[in-house]
Design a protein around this ligand. Sequence first.
Ligand SMILES: Cc1ncc(COP(=O)(O)O)c(C=O)c1O
Length: 394
Amino acid sequence: MTRPDPLAYLTTELDTLRQQGLHRSLRILEARQQATTQFDGRTVVNLSSNNYLGLTTHPRLIERAIDAIKEFGVGSGSVRTIAGTMAIHMELERRLAAFKHTEAVVVFQSGFAANAGTVSAILNKEDVIISDELNHASIIDGCRLSRAQIKVFPHKDVDAARKILSELPAGQRKLLITDGVFSMDGDLGPLPGLCEAAEEFGAIMMVDDAHASGVFGKNGRGTVDHFNMHGRVDIQVGTLSKAMGALGGYVAGSKDLIDFLYHRARPFLFSTSHPPSVAATCIAALDVLEQEPQIIERLWENTRFFKKGLETLGFNTGISESPITPVIAGEGSRAMKLSDRLFEEGVFAQGIAFPTVAKDKARVRTIVTAAHTREELQFALDKFKVVGTELGLI
Ligand SMILES: Cc1ncc(COP(=O)(O)O)c(C=O)c1O
């Protein structure tokens, strides 16, 4: 007797996605993650990575990773709380704490784990979270896992956040949380206003600086440094997966916050720690940030050049303030067409549609890096001009 497939409903859902034109196959990277590379058999200028500083292929990082593998092996073999805390994990945490000017840091396996693991550990169902409507999925999942009440405020609306805070009882435990850089629009969270509100109403202040780490602030310390909010943000999350070129996330804050997370953050307790090579790579990335700040300057020069180029061509680039520049195309199918045609022309800029962004704000998202040459960026602009004209976007 053939057994009916209990997962047949997933096939039905996939068919629906296909009918809606929302089914995507993964693009396969067949070479290094770098400014010009090969995806799906085609050589393209790559405007889709988060490799802001080009560190995925930096010789110092590669060398340190190889050295660590030779010295310590390829895996940590355990979760942090049993046998998987290696000296090099502790060295990375000390280095990150010094970098962020905080008492302590805990490293997680990813930025996602850092956000979700932290919010769910420090709050429970008696508490309230006040969260920007465009905060990252890992924050949203952390909020849900905590079982706290979630109150969402309109994007970057400090007054709305204040109003929610002001209506809560004074003794209520509450967390005010924002992205430092929003990943779809590239705009900045309004840290000064939110910090002031958190202080006035006694809320815990938390910032997810995944896209700001290595990009904003002195030597890439993030938005807290950029806005000079040191000491006013209780919990800073950073990622090691984007500008730092490797993998991981971290939480920077007080000694007691970090010690508490060592005891209660579930990804820390129940998932194996990084291979030592990842920790070594991240330490090397910190060395680069401190000793080669000209890389960050190059990122910003490229960002200014490319943004200006897109704006001069007449594209709608939204409200970005960072190296993330959306090119807003309107309907989902138009954004996907823009992305597909650019790819055919030799430029990879990922299309993003509903539900990730609003239905009428589908876009391709571009991210320049420090490693792009002017020629590569000019090539991409020339192709944007061709395809944008073809699709009636400019
Ligand atoms: C705003 C934001 N926070 C957190 C993350 C998660 O970081 P990671 O890729 O290190 O898990 C991302 C990455 O997609 C992000 O964009």
